[in-house]
Write a protein that binds this ligand. Structure first.
Ligand code: ADQ
Length: 485
């Protein structure tokens, strides 16, 4: 959920099919940091597609930041996207700096990923964050209807619901956190943590990626906010009753599998196969972010080459990692560190006719990636912390069920709770990750098929539609109970 969620022109066009069925009356109003670009965005991710489906079905509204900065506040832009509407506001440069680069990405992001060492707490950041959350609420409130269901996304907008309630909004409101909720001891390092976390109790439903996140949230609420727990899915805090559940996000597994057969998918698959000439490809795809464990992963690959000489000349590692959040200094440092590590590995182990590591700083289309996944015997997904990690799911969905590759997955990705048939590793243990890669190389066809079948079944059972429908249903139930009380 880092880059803007994109709406493709295809989805814009099919407004006539819109129904109000799934939602049971009332619009879905999705609120997220970014909305857009609106048209022609071929890279639309699964999440954007899922939200668009909910928005189309309920003739809803998507509200967020336009992605632009403007010197003065300006008005809300509302436009039609076929069967639903999109409303955006611009941010001023200082709002963008304090709210987005500052509090969201230099404070909450590292903190919630357990990187207290990289967390910068600055009073201006916090104030800017609160101000922008209020601005979102102020711009959204006049657009809301009584029976709307407001679904707020992610760490940028924790207190937006509270701001809406302060303005008198009584609508059904849910919040979904895409990143981990950390342990209580970590949250306690944040000045004003009570005020921020308590604002979540303005929502009727709070959703997390995993049961572990939900448990950590309960632990925090019970011990720091005098919360009272009921039945494992409800919390009472200072007179508010809120339902709290895990909704592990999925992908459109069947649709993603088809990407392999798209023109882009086939082209990349052929190119990779021709370039590999029988060698084994290991693939890693990430946003360039310190949570994704990239230096540790490169070290594990180097360990593989050092400890298992039969890999030399026979294994190639392709890492795709486009830079993100370039306005945040920690990301520039990471980029330099990775470039150095990559060139050292190639300098030390490369041969005239073999380059062990290819490292691309570009984004490829999702279809092209599907083709590359299909050409890769090993999918290496080793974040140090991750809310879910959809790459792990996309890698599995792109495999040939008759001759699938093997997923090597960090135990610290939310996905590990569901994807038990992957080779689960500790990303800090470079020797262990190297061993897992070697195990994956020699894994027999029968075992690979079994593991893949189990993983794929899980992806189909808990796909993106399941996630969306579950959340929307629970939101309705939670709100009905509040209104009945
Ligand atoms: P991200 O940290 O951005 O998102 P991730 O789940 O890895 O995490 O990827 C989200 C989407 O971006 C995927 O559909 C993926 O294909 C795409 N993507 C990522 N890297 C890419 C690359 N190099 N090139 C092209 N596409 C790329 C946050 C949380 C995650 C959580 C998601 C969804 O941090 O833990 O899984 O939201 O809830």
């Amino acid at each position: 959920m880092d880059s803007g969620m994109m709406i493709t022109s295809k989805q814009d066009d099919d407004g006539d099919e819109a129904q109000t069925g799934m939602s049971g009356g009332g619009r879905i109003v999705a609120v997220s940091n970014r909305v857009g670009p609106i048209r022609g965005a071929a890279r639309a991710g699964g999440l954007a597609v899922a939200l668009i489906e909910a928005l189309r079905q309920s003739r809803g509204l998507w509200f967020g930041w336009s992605g632009k900065t403007a010197v003065s506040e300006g008005s809300t832009q509302v436009e039609s996207a076929g069967s639903f509407e999109v409303a955006t506001i611009d941010l001023t440069p200082s709002e963008h700096e304090d709210y987005y680069n500052g509090f969201a990405n230099r404070c909450l992001w590292p903190l919630f990923h357990y990187r207290i060492d990289l967390t910068t707490y600055d009073r201006h950041f916090y104030e800017g964050y609160q101000r922008v959350n209020v601005r979102f609420a102020r711009a959204l409130q006049p657009l809301l209807r009584e029976d709307d269901r407001v679904w707020v996304h992610d760490y940028h907008l924790i207190s937006c619901g509270q701001s809406l309630r302060d303005m008198g909004c009584k609508q059904s409101m849910g919040f979904f956190l895409h990143i981990p909720f950390p342990s209580r001891e970590v949250v306690l390092t944040l000045p004003h943590h009570e005020k921020l976390i308590q604002s979540l109790f303005a929502y009727d439903l709070i959703g997390f990626q995993t049961e572990r996140d939900r448990e950590r949230f309960f632990d925090y609420a019970v011990n720091e906010l005098e919360g009272v727990e009921q039945r494992g899915d409800t919390l009472y805090v200072h007179g508010r009753k809120v339902r709290v559940e895990a909704f592990p996000i999925g992908i459109d597994a069947a649709g993603y599998a088809d990407f392999v057969y798209s023109e882009d998918g086939q082209r990349q698959w052929m190119r990779a196969r021709n370039a590999l000439r029988g060698r084994t490809q290991v693939i890693g795809v990430d946003r360039m972010d310190y949570t994704k464990g990239l230096p540790e992963r490169l070290a594990a690959f180097e360990r593989l080459l050092a400890d298992y000489p039969d890999t030399r000349g026979r294994v190639e590692y392709l890492q795709i990692a486009p830079p993100t959040r370039e306005g945040v200094p920690e990301y520039a440092e990471l980029k330099q560190r990775l470039e150095l590590a990559a060139s050292q590995i190639n300098g030390r182990y490369g041969e005239v006719d073999w380059t062990p590591l290819r490292y691309l700083n570009r984004t490829l289309s999702r279809r092209a990636l599907a083709g590359l996944y299909r050409a890769s015997r090993i999918g290496l997904v080793t974040p140090l912390r991750d809310g879910m990690n959809l790459i792990a799911k996309e890698y599995v969905a792109a495999q040939d069920p008759q001759d699938p590759g093997v997923l090597v997955l960090s135990r610290f990705a939310g996905a590990a709770a569901q994807m038990k048939a992957a080779l689960i590793v500790n990303p800090y243990d470079t020797v262990g990750v190297a061993e897992a890669m070697q195990t994956a190389r020699y894994m027999g066809l029968e075992e690979r098929r079994q593991r893949h079948a189990e993983l794929m079944q899980g992806l189909l059972d808990e796909d993106i539609s399941h996630w969306r429908e579950d959340f929307v249903r629970e939101l309705r139930l939670a709100t009905d109970k509040r209104k009945a009380a």
